[in-house]
Design a protein around this ligand. Structure first.
Ligand SMILES: [Zn+2]
Length: 1011
């Protein structure tokens, strides 16, 4: 799945750059399932410096808080916690005594109620489905969508692998037709009879009890008919609609990942349980159907119905099935290797699908060659769906996209829109191998799917558009982006135990996607490109049509490396990156001709309370592939042969420096982590930082674009963690008016946006704004708003420059924007604004305009025929400074008045972006919490994303308190739980940040004569 529901168009972003895309359970704490009748939750909270140790413990209905109010010797804290945790898991009430060891005093109080714990939801393994026959028939042929339903039948062939007297499969929100349930043995031989059946709604199980045991090795069948509602809930088989020629047309479509195939038909709905499927979709004669395979035959039935019978699928997972009943139009091409490739869209929009189709055709063949494995299906379809919760879904042979991720119209869509289409197309095609052909054994290895697709997507786009410098963009889009999230104690390991669907939904987050991709990029670097590729092919071939565990991948890569004489054990390296959360900072100290390297766990707030939901077997030490260059060597093109390993067992590594500048040279510098291939930050002695800044100010191009972005990102984040003086970070912005490359500019934009959020309510803001204006005036007059004929990346840079200029109220920017918008209002059929700058122009004109501008934008929104244009207008309308207009807008969004359900949470986020509307949006979210949670939390990513976005500027005790109170007042956050815990951790870090740095920033600005 592609995880980008929040769309920011012109910035070249298909990405949301949230500080906080997701989440982690707070109250759910530590998930344990035991054979006992109760499940225990432990929240062992370590308040390291000031308070001491608190252990929340709940079990057998008892809830106890042990408050250990004295600080124990620091070395014993970790031991105590481990001991407490073990006791809690065992349900042992001696926990408080254990806590009080080591000189800690203890008091016991009643804890606040904890969230209900999640049950174990895995299927028993005694039966193996082999073959399904599924028939589905949506009923959506009148004008009353509330009455729409679907019904169907399923017949499953199952093999018994272990004797047992029940058939247990999964079901959710379906009604089984009375009397339709049948069970028997295939071929000759007798079978036990059905004694009774029941539905366990908590575990989403359908359990059929038999009057005798099944025979190991025998094949049985189970069959039934069922019916379910067809609603606009974006999950399972759901309803989408669009208007065409003033008429509403309905579409039935699916989104089954991760656990919603069971909402469409009863099945064994786990990724490793693969089978073959014969699908039949029944439609009225004026509709079409699409599924994973081509149609084998269409059989007319009574009352104008037609049954489309599909060819049998290869062995596959249930979550990758897809079914669509629609009246879309299609354009087709054939790939070099004879795969039929179709691109579907609502009538009249297929001309916008040609770019996606061309790109898909190229990339599919490129991946076949790269992986050296042919695409196994005879056809591939892409469909642009009017309502879709994620960015896209990689259903095998039938990839479904939201319109903005697939449709592109030159002249209307921007370069950013184009890149997003290319990236999502590439991502979903990568899944056809990673995920579809070889599937993770369980959702705990989701990252194998998503991390790989998120890395390989860059390869596909780079193949089509080398001038886009995708692998440079990687560091700001993914690596630095997820550094933020993964610098929290409420992060999670890449490989993470999950059970309940809420927990599964929760890990579709930036760690699985972006950290997954970043550590795979690191691995490709230290293995070398050829070793990496050959190892991948080995892994895919070995596990095709099957499920895999991450160790299978490590083994294939290790075998490949060792066969080439490289002594690398991939598992021992990669386990340190996948089994523990967070990442290290490497500090480089110069000692004569040697470099002393030390590693330390990076945390945004080292004093943050670690919920201890996850512990580390490596003591938060990593196997780090270290590289460096210097002002003498200036060697930015490193390979695996240049890697110096910092081992997890070493606290300190000394290496003999090569190409070091003379120690007396004040301008000489060292840069660690060349091209930021490694997933770690680098810190230096302050003399080295100052030499790097001097280099940026004199001739920044001596340092590679990626490393310039790294210097900015590391400096600011080392300030947050308390490891660097903020004046160094501020100095990294001084050279910015000369920076013309996208990647370092984007890195700077993200840090500047953070500072803006922190300072927006501070008296220092005025001086900060003056400084920012001084940095943007000259670039704005150089770049201007004329984006005609700009190259892809120049268009990105211009968008950034215009954005900053208008955001900081540069008069020239505001007047240009207003005048362009006025020209459009005067002649609505002719929009004179270049797509590359539209978002900021719309925003600025509406921000400084009144209700007339807003209403004009809303009319344009309603009639816009290009989805990307609709998104830009949605963003623009969020810029109004009039609260009544914003409230009217938010109400329209939650009432779905002309705004699609898939966009509602984005509208809330857009509004919350603006300093003047932040607390207003937070109030609105709380006021309408139940509606938002019940109606819109179905989207896997958007809900967590919304929570993180709306709260991310919180930096006062008052706001923190409000957040805590709100969290206390709610009993269940569903898949938004981790987002709230992280919001809390972020708010605390922000408070600390503003308290520590406000004065220094003021002084620094005053020193530059901004006050
Ligand atoms: Zn994906």
């Amino acid at each position: 799945m592609n995880s980008e529901p929040i769309e920011f168009t012109d910035m070249g972003k298909y990405n949301s750059h949230t500080d906080l895309t997701s989440n982690k359970s707070t109250k759910g704490g530590f998930f344990v399932s035991t054979a006992k009748a109760f499940i225990l939750v432990l929240l062992a909270i370590l308040i390291a410096v000031v308070i001491g140790l608190i252990v929340h413990f709940a079990g057998s209905g008892k809830e106890v808080v042990c408050k250990c109010s004295e600080v124990p010797a620091s070395s014993s804290i970790a031991d105590r916690l481990t001991e407490c945790k073990t006791l809690a898991v065992q349900g042992n009430m001696d926990i408080c005594t254990a806590c009080s060891k080591g000189g800690m005093t203890m008091s016991t109080t009643t804890a606040p109620p904890t969230t209900p714990t999640k049950p174990d939801v895995r299927l028993p393994r005694h039966l193996q489905p082999i073959f399904y026959e599924v028939e589905l028939q949506p009923h959506m042929y009148n004008d009353q969508p509330k009455t729409f339903t679907f019904d169907g039948s399923v017949r499953i062939q199952i093999r018994c692998v272990e004797a047992s007297n029940n058939v247990t499969l999964q079901i959710n929100k379906l009604n089984i037709t009375r009397g339709s349930l049948l069970f028997g043995r295939e071929g000759a031989g007798s079978a036990p009879n059905i004694k009774s059946w029941e539905e366990d709604t908590t575990r989403q199980f359908l359990i059929i009890h038999l009057d005798g045991d099944l025979t190991v090795g025998a094949t049985y069948f189970v069959q039934m008919e069922f019916a379910g509602p067809l609603k606009d809930d974006l999950a399972g088989l759901y309803l989408s609609k669009y208007d065409y020629n003033n008429e509403t047309r309905y579409v039935a479509t699916t989104q089954l990942q991760p656990t919603d195939a069971r909402r469409v038909f009863p099945c064994f709905d786990e990724p490793a349980i693969k089978a073959r499927f014969n699908i039949t979709l029944v439609r009225k004669s004026n509709k079409k159907t699409i599924s994973n395979m081509p149609i084998a035959q269409s059989i007319p039935r009574a009352d104008d119905w037609v049954a489309d019978v599909y060819y049998t699928t290869p062995k596959m997972s249930t979550y990758l099935l897809a079914f669509i009943v629609c009246d879309f139009e299609v354009i087709t091409e054939t790939t070099q290797n004879n795969i039929e490739y179709g691109a579907w869209a609502t009538p009249g929009k297929t001309d916008q699908a040609t770019y996606a189709l061309d790109t898909g055709v190229k990339i599919l063949t490129y991946f076949e060659e790269y992986f050296n494995i042919s695409f196994p299906l005879p056809k591939q379809d892409m469909v642009a769906m009017p309502d879709f919760s994620a960015g896209a879904m990689e259903n095998w042979g039938l990839i479904i996209y939201r319109e903005t991720a697939m449709l592109y119209k030159p002249g209307v869509s921007s370069e950013g829109n184009k890149q997003r289409v290319a990236v999502v197309v590439s991502h979903e095609l990568a899944h056809q191998w990673f995920g579809n052909l070889v599937t993770p054994s369980w959702w705990d290895d989701l990252w194998l799917n998503e991390g790989f697709a998120s890395f390989v997507e860059y390869m596909g786009v780079d193949y089509c558009h080398p001038d886009w410098k995708m692998f440079e963009q990687f560091v700001v889009e993914d690596l630095q982006d997820v550094f933020d999230f993964d610098g929290l104690t409420t992060s999670h390991p890449v490989y993470v135990p999950v059970g309940h669907p809420d927990e599964i939904n929760e890990i579709f987050d930036r760690v699985s996607y972006a950290k997954g991709a970043s550590i795979i990029r690191m691995m490709r670097f230290f293995l070398g490109e050829d070793t990496f590729r050959l190892g991948l092919t080995k892994y895919l071939k070995r596990k095709e049509y099957d499920a895999a565990f991450h160790d299978d991948l490590w083994q294939a890569l290790t075998e490949q490396a060792q066969s080439e004489g490289k002594s690398i054990d991939v598992k021992s390296i990669m386990d340190t990156w996948t089994l523990q959360m967070n990442y290290p900072t490497v500090t480089i100290t110069r000692e004569g001709n040697n470099l002393r390297l030390t590693q330390k766990r990076y945390l945004r707030d080292p004093s943050a309370v670690d919920p201890m939901k996850y512990t580390s077997d490596f003591g938060y030490k990593w196997e780090i592939p270290f590289t460096y260059t210097t002002s003498i060597a200036k060697h930015f093109n490193k390979s695996d042969a240049d890697v110096k390993w910092i081992r997890k067992t070493e606290t300190e590594t000394a290496i003999v420096g090569e190409g070091l500048p003379p120690i007396t040279d004040g301008d000489g510098w060292i840069i660690g982590n060349v091209q930021q291939y490694g997933f770690y930050r680098v810190n230096y002695e302050s003399s080295n930082w100052l030499a790097l800044i001097k280099q940026l100010n004199t001739d920044h191009k001596v340092i590679s674009a990626i490393n310039r972005a790294q210097i900015i990102n590391d400096a600011w984040n080392l300030v947050t963690s308390g490891d660097l003086d903020i004046t160094i970070a501020l100095k990294t912005l001084e050279y910015l008016n000369k920076e013309e490359d996208y990647v370092p500019r984007e890195a700077a934009r993200i840090q500047i946006a953070f500072v803006e959020r922190m300072l927006s309510k501070s008296p220092v803001y005025g001086a900060w704004k003056k400084f920012m204006l001084s940095r943007i005036q000259e670039p704005f007059s150089r770049w201007t708003m004329n984006n005609t004929g700009a190259s892809h990346l120049d268009s990105y840079v211009r968008s950034l420059v215009v954005s900053t200029a208008c955001d900081y109220d540069l008069p020239a920017c505001i007047s240009d924007a207003k005048s362009l918008f006025k020209q459009w209002m005067d002649n609505p059929s002719n929009n004179p604004i270049n797509p590359g700058i539209k978002t900021k122009v719309y925003c600025t004109a509406i921000k400084y305009g009144g209700v007339a501008e807003w209403d004009f934008a809303f009319e344009q929104f309603k009639t816009a025929e290009v989805a990307a244009e609709k998104v830009r207008l949605l963003q623009g309308m969020a810029c109004s400074q009039e609260l009544w207009i914003l409230r009217r807008y938010l109400l329209k969004a939650i009432r779905k008045e002309d705004i699609r359900k898939q966009d509602t949470l984005s509208v809330i986020i857009y509004v919350s972006t603006h300093a003047y509307a932040r607390s207003f949006t937070w109030d609105f979210v709380r006021e309408h919490w139940n509606t938002i949670k019940e109606d819109f939390a179905v989207s896997l990513f958007a809900f967590s994303n919304m929570i993180g976005r709306v709260t991310r500027a919180f930096n006062t005790e008052f706001e923190l308190q409000q957040l805590e109170e709100f969290m206390k007042s709610q009993s269940d956050f569903g898949s938004g739980e981790r987002a709230f815990t992280q919001a809390l951790e972020k708010a605390k870090t922000n408070i600390k940040w503003i308290n520590q740095h406000e004065k220094t920033i003021e002084n620094w600005l005053a020193g530059l004569r901004y006050d």
